[in-house]
Design a protein around this ligand. Structure first.
Ligand SMILES: Cc1cc2nc3c(=O)[nH]c(=O)nc-3n(C[C@H](O)[C@H](O)[C@H](O)COP(=O)(O)OP(=O)(O)OC[C@H]3O[C@@H](n4cnc5c(N)ncnc54)[C@H](O)[C@@H]3O)c2cc1C
Length: 395
């Protein structure tokens, strides 16, 4: 009998994993299903460009079906509960699904209700709708104070608010209203953002551009009428426009299924990515509790590790069947493919057609090179080739 493999989530991690499994598993050894509420794959890094009027939203989404290999079944539905004992997933619209192996890649959700006044009093670029709303507000902006801040940790793509600050500065200069605008960057930490070595590169550039860095600002409330933000530390910041990264959380069904740890994220082994205490169940991407950036790149590097473990477990348990099909390739797999070591690679735009790159893992922090046009062009190129590479498993 073919193994039933179910993947929850058709974003970066889920789409890539489905395609890699279909490519690498012996034919006939598994049935692969991917569950996603809309059946639409979204390229979220593009939200930043949409918010700043640098791109329209048309190129940011594709149908999931169009990105998947033909043998993979798409189930348009949402998981509402996982029963790990009976290996069943309860779906919102259409009954339940059984699985032998399960990959959870349901990303992260914005949790705006966590901070009073946040939704009414601020903008963000963490969804298509919010990015479009922010673009409109920036179009109408003629000068004043703009706050850029983080209303909860962890959040996806830690460099994104920093990139937004640099690109906003550039945009306002082009519109000749920079001298009428104060940009204040509110960080919950003692530096510009999570990674110390990258902050050391970012902070002098903030100074050079007149972007004011305020440290230890943990957002408590936002008052949409007074246009004021109050921090847990007791300070008040007035604004004309506030751009605040909303708090993030894992999908609610993971909490209801008892699969999250105290932090509220899916508890996985940092190297094998297996869900703690659940054999044959894996987690990748934003939804995990790993101490590493929530980024598409993380999901991209995690996916082959999960695929290789599933491949091994299936080939091992179906040797006779697979030998008879004659499609097992006896190749040795490097041990590195069986363990995720925290690899992440992220570009960071610094404005004026320059960018740098952050390459790091669990043990080694990044040592970002001086911002240059080369990395800006590399990011630009990556944005263009995304649809024919990453989700299809071609890089
Ligand atoms: C503005 C911005 C800029 C970014 N820039 C970068 C960047 O430059 N580089 C980078 O690497 N990353 C970047 N990211 C982060 C990156 O987009 C995410 O980290 C990445 O998409 C995470 O992949 P994922 O597969 O974990 O989740 P997602 O890609 O978010 O996919 C999750 C999927 O799960 C589905 N889902 C949710 N709930 C359920 C359910 N109950 N049942 C079934 N399916 C469900 C969702 O509909 C979605 O399709 C950026 C993000 C933003 C917002």
């Amino acid at each position: 009998m073919p193994e039933e493999i179910v993947i929850l989530g058709g974003g970066v991690g889920g789409t890539l994993t489905a395609n890699l499994l279909d490519k690498r598993l012996p034919k006939g050894s598994a049935r692969i299903k991917i569950v996603d509420p809309m059946g639409i794959h979204v390229y979220q890094p593009g939200f930043l460009y949409v918010a700043l009027g640098l791109a329209n939203s048309g190129w940011l989404s594709r149908s999931l079906r169009s990105l998947l290999r033909p043998g993979i079944e798409v189930v348009i539905d949402s998981a509402v509960k996982i029963d790990a004992k009976s290996k069943k997933i309860l779906l919102e619209r259409d009954g339940e699904l059984s699985y032998d192996r399960l990959v959870i890649a349901t990303g992260s959700y914005s949790d705006e209700q966590k901070v009073p006044g946040l939704h009414e009093g601020s903008y963000n670029f963490y969804s298509m709708a919010e990015a479009e709303r922010l673009r409109e507000a920036l179009n109408n902006f003629t000068g004043g104070t703009i706050l850029i801040g983080i209303a909860g940790m962890p959040y996806k793509c830690p460099p994104a608010p920093v990139e937004f600050a640099f690109l906003l500065d550039e945009m306002l200069r082009k519109r000749k209203i920079r001298d009428k605008t104060r940009i204040r960057f509110l960080s919950p930490l003692n530096r510009a953002f999570t990674i110390e070595s990258a902050s050391k590169m970012v902070q002098p550039l903030f100074e050079e551009r007149g972007i004011e860095l305020e440290t230890f600002v943990n957002v408590d409330t936002v008052d949409p009428e007074k246009h004021e933000l109050t921090s847990i530390e007791g300070e008040t910041y007035s604004y004309d426009l506030a751009v605040l990264v909303p708090p993030h959380r894992a999908a609610a069904f993971l909490v209801d299924s008892g699969l999250v740890d105290k932090s509220g994220w899916l508890a996985v082994d940092p190297n094998t990515l297996e869900v703690v205490g659940q054999e044959g169940m894996y987690g990748i991407g934003d939804t995990t509790n790993l101490p590493i950036s929530k980024s598409g790149s993380t999901a991209h590097f995690e996916s082959p590790v999960v695929v290789e473990q599933i491949r091994r477990s299936i080939v091992g348990s179906n040797t006779n069947l697979l030998s008879s099909i004659g499609r097992i390739k006896r190749r040795s797999v490097s041990p590195s493919k069986l363990r995720y070591k925290g690899k992440v690679t992220c570009f960071l735009e610094t404005g004026h057609r320059k960018a740098t790159i952050l390459i790091f893992n669990y043990d080694k922090p990044p040592n970002p090179p001086k911002p240059s046009v080369v990395w800006h062009l590399a990011k630009w190129f990556f944005n263009r080739i995304y649809w024919i590479t990453v989700p299809r498993g071609r890089v």
